[in-house]
Design a protein around this ligand. Structure first.
Ligand code: ZN
Length: 359
């Protein structure tokens, strides 16, 4: 993210922030000879100290030159942008966890045996002020900004909350951060920080416009129900991506299906649901890839992560989850790639989704 992109993303998400002097050119790129990025995830830390801005931004630690993160978040909830380049926060990350972050899969427990990667190459870092003693409490203002900061980056890159990690999840050096009690969030009272809860809070933000207020109760937000299927089976040749044409409409209260059979939802909207696929002719162990793709009219605008369907004896059946926000005027399709060496038949594709329209 460029400095301009940082500012725009944080402002849109309602993050209160200030800028450390010179932050736009600060980083360890020149000193290490390694360029920061491409970036694949956000790594969250607690400072294990008090008044840590000077340490994070300027002083570093005896064996660790600054900057120690891209952002510093004190208890006031007003964040400081510290660096735009490479920062010393991540240390060595287990490769199996890093790979899962890149693919936006559920995170496995870190395995040193899988190898390690230099997390500072490819992760944004935020240091959140807390002693880390499981007594010191994150303020409600601090937690709210923390969620917004992670959501702003995810929204900018088109990532889901599955690109968000805690240092304790990636580290092969026994890190325990972040942890501790939280004073509250939205309409929720005191609770204990966990990365799963934090990711759920980021995901909830991402399912709303960037201007969303977590204390807001939505009772006027009625979803549309979409239920589509195939009129008849179709054949998919090896090697080419093809969109599923949903030719049967059982229900579409969102009103998006119709002129273009392959589009099942149009933006601006968020949606959640699944598509159930039944495939004949896929050899055991062979693979069909499924993904959601965004279109501007007929033009492919963006691909989302791939789900793999692996051939099983007696026919292949798989339910692929659909959860996303879709920008205004984009149409979403489900695309399949037959990676086996023989034609296959899609005998059934049933899509069910709840669609929340955004103005
Ligand atoms: Zn850490």
């Amino acid at each position: 993210m460029t400095p301009a992109q940082w500012r725009a993303a944080l402002r849109a998400e309602g993050v209160r922030f200030v800028e450390y002097r010179g932050w736009t050119t600060r980083g360890r790129d020149a000193a290490t000879g390694k360029t920061f990025g491409p970036v694949h995830a956000i790594l969250n830390h607690h400072t294990a100290g008090r008044d840590s801005l000077a340490t994070v931004a300027m002083n570093g630690l005896p064996d660790l030159p600054p900057p120690l993160a891209h952002a510093y978040l004190p208890k006031s909830g007003v964040l400081t942008l510290v660096a735009d380049g490479r920062a010393n926060h991540a240390g060595l990350a287990a490769k199996n966890v890093f790979d899962a972050l890149v693919a936006e899969r559920d995170l496995p427990r870190q395995s040193t045996a899988s190898g390690t990667v230099d997390g500072n190459d490819a992760m944004y870092g935020i240091e959140v002020e807390n002693l880390g003693d499981n007594v010191d409490t994150y303020t409600a203002e601090q937690y709210d900004t923390w969620v917004r900061f992670n959501a702003a980056i995810c929204r900018h890159h088109g990532w889901s909350a599955a690109s968000v990690a805690g240092h304790l999840e990636t580290s092969v050096e026994g890190k325990v951060d972040p942890r501790g009690p939280v004073a509250g969030y939205g309409n929720r009272g005191r609770f204990t920080f966990t990365m799963d809860r934090f990711r759920a809070d980021v995901a909830e933000r991402l399912a709303h416009p960037a201007s969303w207020d977590p204390t807001h109760q939505e009772d006027d937000d009625m979803p549309g129900y979409v239920n589509l299927g195939l009129a008849k089976p179709f054949t998919l040749e090896p090697g080419a991506w093809d969109s599923i044409e949903f030719t049967t409409e059982w229900n579409d209260t969102a009103g998006d299906h119709g002129t273009d059979g392959s589009v099942f939802v149009r933006g601006a909207a968020r949606f959640t649901g699944s598509v159930s696929l039944a495939i004949d002719g896929l050899a055991v162990g062979h693979v069909v890839q499924a993904r959601m793709s965004e279109y501007d009219g007929d033009k492919l605008a963006k691909d989302h992560p791939i789900d793999e369907l692996i051939g099983t004896p007696g026919g292949t059946f798989r339910v692929v989850p659909l959860v996303k926000r879709l920008a205004k005027d984009r149409g979403m399709r489900v695309r399949l790639l037959n990676q086996s060496d023989a034609p296959i038949t899609i005998t059934s594709a049933v899509l069910t989704a709840l669609v929340f329209k955004e103005s």
